[in-house]
Design a protein around this ligand. Structure first.
Ligand code: NAD
Length: 363
């Protein structure tokens, strides 16, 4: 994205008069969908991403190109680059910041701890420091994760449950982000809303996550690894369709009070965004087999010390009451949309791979 394209976007007025949205992690899975949705309702949106190679960069480039085609410039910048960030805020005076950039993934964390500190803790502080110096100060909506509940067995997980026993480094950095955001609210009256997403899947999904990694191996005729807990317990997840997540994200943005406003109190909120219907990983695989029309070769493996939790399940009462959040998509319908996209992106047999595809994909 050139400076002139950026300038043109930021000088234009969208349908939400005077509102300008920055979406961090816009070339990522959820960031792409959220930025596209904001743009489709007429908002002025700028994306930011460092295009790191955690998973195939070609997919991030394709998402970013899709956004650019819709009129969302995507700036290539690392959030730790404070000078670059300040310049961007000078150009665009954002009113709303949707912070989705992160080093995601649970299993990768044990081998790459510093990537998580850099992108989830340091980068978030860099962003919030830049934000607090703006006049007026933008409001913040940021992504947290169901993983903060750790190995809790108090199902369904509720926001005021203890979330201080992380089972992975990833979870620890997401919990740190929640605490840091809380402190920016207390010190600077920054309006902050954290959203704990539960296993998000859908079109343009992440190749390192089970739905996409399994689809790929099923299509390629390779075995898939399904983890099992003690005594053969099945792993189970509150799989949530990306469009439902995006509806919750937009509602959080729309219901946030401005930061540091003399007339309204800024908000300090934290919500689960899940689906509430829990499925075992095997159930997900069976549905995927059905939709792909191919059989999976499942190899069950003991979970070991990966940092994965056995089961997640969201209580979404708070998000429902405050944000009107009501997930609409069941696992089968969501996987159907994913499979359609998969064949469209990777070719009719699902086997085409963009030439430069490199990055972390679990087997
Ligand atoms: P993603 O990896 O597809 O997107 C994150 C994007 O952030 C990537 O494109 C990456 O290049 C970018 N990024 C990382 N570090 C950066 C930095 N320092 N500066 C600038 N950009 C950087 O992940 P996603 O699935 O879209 O997740 C979005 C957010 O939601 C993340 O914060 C993630 O932790 C959280 N989350 C996701 C899920 C899920 O199931 N997908 C579940 C819980 C929480």
């Amino acid at each position: 994205t050139s400076a002139s394209a950026l300038y043109k976007t930021c000088a234009s007025s969208g349908s939400g008069i005077g509102k300008r949205y920055l979406v961090t992690g816009a070339a990522g899975f959820i960031g792409y969908h959220a930025a596209a949705k904001l743009r489709s309702r007429g908002d002025v949106v700028v994306g930011l991403d460092n295009f790191n190679d955690y998973y195939p960069v070609s997919l991030k480039r394709a998402r970013a190109q899709g956004l650019v085609d819709m009129g969302v410039p995507v700036v290539e910048l690392d959030l730790n680059d404070q000078e670059g960030l300040q310049e961007l805020f000078r150009l665009c005076s954002f009113t709303h910041v949707l912070h989705l950039a992160a080093q995601a993934g649970v299993r990768y964390a044990a081998r790459n701890p510093f990537a998580y500190i850099q992108s989830n803790v340091a980068a978030s502080v860099s962003l919030m420091e830049t934000m607090r110096l703006q006049k007026p100060m933008p409001l913040l909506v940021y992504a947290s994760s169901s993983s903060v509940y750790g190995l809790s067995k108090r199902f369904p997980f509720t926001e005021d449950d203890r979330a201080d026993r992380p089972a992975s480094l990833y979870a620890a950095t997401k919990r740190s982000l929640e605490l840091l955001a809380h402190s920016y609210f207390n010190i600077y009256r920054m309006s902050v809303t954290g959203l704990r997403f539960f296993t998000v899947y859908g079109p343009w999904g992440r190749p390192d996550m089970s739905v996409m990694a399994f689809a790929r191996n099923i299509v390629d005729g390779k075995p898939i690894r399904v983890f099992q807990g003690p005594n053969g317990t099945e792993l189970a997840r509150d799989f949530t369709f990306v469009e439902d997540i995006v509806a919750g994200v937009l509602a959080a943005l729309d219901t946030s009070a401005p930061s540091n406003d003399p007339h309204t109190a800024p908000v300090n909120r934290l919500y689960n965004l899940g689906n509430t219907q829990v499925h075992t990983v095997t159930e997900m695989v069976r549905t995927l087999e059905d939709l792909l029309g191919m059989k999976a070769n499942i190899r069950y493996q003991p979970l070991g010390a990966t940092g994965d939790v056995l089961r997640t399940n969201a209580n979404i009462t708070a998000a429902h009451n405050d944000l009107g959040y009501t997930p609409q998509t069941n696992l089968r319908a969501g996987l159907q949309a994913f499979v359609e996209w998969y064949f469209q992106y990777y070719g009719s047999d699902g086997k085409r791979r963009p030439a430069d595809e490199v990055g972390y994909i679990p087997d």
